[in-house]
Design a protein around this ligand. Structure first.
Ligand code: SF4
Length: 410
């Protein structure tokens, strides 16, 4: 979501004639912030401290993203030397107008094509979230859900494809809750409309919610050559008691049923989840239920996090953070090791198979990289003549937990 917001603001600035440059040469520094965990928030403060040396009377520091809703004007009080411009998420017009009044770059570059990175274009379809998971700060900082009209989304995606994008990624904190405000269609209808765009090679969406996922969405995915075979479906815990305390709105049997149905329709589905360990009240038995769920489902990727209280959430304000830090770390490391083994075993199954890779660019070693339809990252060796944006058939030669490596298939 932050990447999409940065993209949106960057496009607006580029249209006004601004160009990206090094911090040393820049007149304006903008921080797009995340506060989902304390560590992310701490990074914002550390960056702001770093900027004190850079800031002069001629230069502007701006802060946008979730910290604006959480801390608001407090930022200006804490950093008077920076006098930061505080920009609410998505409300970029006044900010850009203010900059234009101060700096005139109207002779700069023209508006670049949608999706500056070229290959993938990110489109926000829902802003905010109507759930109230007890650990989560997002509803407080991003507000209640606002849904973008389906026609506008399809138009934006079409323009991106016309400008050279090969893939679009539909984004929402809970993308499954999508409802066209001008009609009645949900996410299944939206992806069905977007996948019809001529020239579009791939369509992804994230993040799903087990409580809201429409059964027909899985049917639409299974029938499509464009929609990727990947589901980002956070489970958060494998224990029903903890799920209830988290107010997630589903039980593990419901989650299992979705996975079973999805895999029966798409046996090669890439399944990504999020798990929090050490949530208030998580006993050893509850933790072992999560461990057992990971062993049973065999996710492709698990984003693991130790619970950290976020002030303003129900869990922080009304529950006791009763799992000691050392125990949270032990549980985290235990699941990390388990998941590494599972992911290595699963990716090894790709070796010797042909996969289709959408080339995204070159890595730091100069090798081509991209993703397969199931979301796994792939390195393509000996791919002279292949360029970003190309779909390439690749024979997988080697696999690690995190990525595949292969050669262009003959
Ligand atoms: Fe946060 Fe996701 Fe729950 Fe919404 S659904 S409150 S974004 S965890």
């Amino acid at each position: 979501m932050n990447a999409a917001d940065s993209e949106s603001l960057a496009r607006r600035l580029l249209a006004a004639g601004y160009v990206e440059d090094s911090l040393e040469r820049a007149d304006v520094a903008i921080l797009n912030t995340c506060v989902v965990r304390q560590a992310s928030e701490d990074r914002v403060y550390s960056k702001l401290h770093e900027l004190k040396e850079w800031k002069t009377a001629e230069r502007t520091v701006a802060v946008t993203g979730c910290i604006v809703a959480k801390e608001g004007t407090e930022l200006r009080r804490r950093f008077p030397q920076l006098d930061p411009v505080v920009v609410p998420i998505g409300e970029y017009e006044d900010f850009v107008a203010g900059l234009e009044a101060r700096y005139d770059y109207s002779q700069g570059e023209a508006l670049p094509p949608a999706g500056r990175t070229g290959v993938s274009h990110y489109v926000r379809v829902i802003q905010g979230c109507d759930h109230n998971c007890t650990f989560c700060i997002v509803p407080r900082v991003r507000g209640r859900e606002r849904h973008i009209p389906m026609a506008a989304i399809v138009r934006e995606c079409s323009e991106a494809v016309d400008a050279g994008a090969k893939e679009v990624v539909l984004l929402g904190q809970n993308v499954d809750d999508y409802r066209d405000p001008d009609g009645s269609g949900g996410l299944a209808a939206l992806v069905s409309a977007v996948e019809e765009i001529p020239g579009l090679k791939r369509l992804r969406f994230m993040t799903s919610h087990p409580q809201d996922l429409e059964p027909e969405l899985l049917e639409v995915m299974a029938a499509s050559d464009v929609i990727c075979r990947e589901l980002q479906l956070p489970v958060q815990s494998g224990d029903d008691g903890i799920l209830k305390r988290m107010a997630r709105g589903y039980q593990t049997r419901h989650y299992r049923a979705i996975v079973e149905r999805a895999r029966s329709l798409m046996p090669d589905l890439g399944l990504v989840t999020d798990v929090i360990v050490g949530f208030p009240g998580e006993s050893e038995a509850a933790f072992m239920n999560t461990r057992a769920l990971l062993e049973e489902i065999e996710f492709d990727v698990v984003h693991l996090a130790m619970y950290s209280p976020r002030p303003g959430t129900v869990a922080a304000d009304r529950m006791q953070d009763d799992v000691p830090g050392s125990e949270k770390l032990r549980r985290l490391n235990d699941l990390l090791a388990l998941q590494r083994t599972i992911a290595s075993r699963k990716t090894a199954r790709w070796v010797g198979r042909d996969v289709q890779v959408l080339i995204e660019g070159h890595d730091e070693l100069g090798r081509l990289y991209g993703r397969i339809r199931q979301g796994k990252r792939a390195i393509v060796l000996k791919g002279s003549g292949i360029v970003p944006g190309q779909l390439v058939d690749v024979r997988v030669m080697h696999a690690t937990a995190g990525q595949l490596t292969g050669l262009p298939a003959a």
